[in-house]
Design a binder for this molecule. Sequence first.
Ligand SMILES: NC(=O)c1ccc[n+]([C@@H]2O[C@H](COP(=O)([O-])OP(=O)(O)OC[C@H]3O[C@@H](n4cnc5c(N)ncnc54)[C@H](OP(=O)(O)O)[C@@H]3O)[C@@H](O)[C@H]2O)c1
Length: 85
Amino acid sequence: MDKVCVITGASAGIGVGIALSMVEKGGIRRLALVARRREKLEEVAQQCKKAGATDVLILAKDLSDLRSCAEAVQETVQHFGSKTV
Ligand SMILES: NC(=O)c1ccc[n+]([C@@H]2O[C@H](COP(=O)([O-])OP(=O)(O)OC[C@H]3O[C@@H](n4cnc5c(N)ncnc54)[C@H](OP(=O)(O)O)[C@@H]3O)[C@@H](O)[C@H]2O)c1
């Protein structure tokens, strides 16, 4: 089973670089991208798919809110399956 990589702060800056590096250099095909701005995450998801990602989950969450952190984990497990996270 392919690994899943969860990247926070994925809508800008270092997080975008990490997401693309994970795909291009790390061979990761399945990603969960987390930040508040959904439209930016959608752009990054497209970039990741162009680079070879096959399944990119977008999680528009404010991680200063603990409930949102828990939701991000739960939705990642739900999407990719519990054995992969
Ligand atoms: N750039 C550098 O050279 C450098 C050097 C050393 C350390 N750092 C540190 O590394 C971190 C990232 O730096 P960066 O330059 O990549 O910053 P950046 O371009 O401002 O990106 C910050 C990321 O965090 C997300 N974010 C901010 N608040 C959030 C929240 N409450 N919930 C969810 N996501 C949130 C932003 O997305 P949304 O706005 O869409 O939520 C964005 O994706 C920062 O803590 C910075 O201080 C940076």
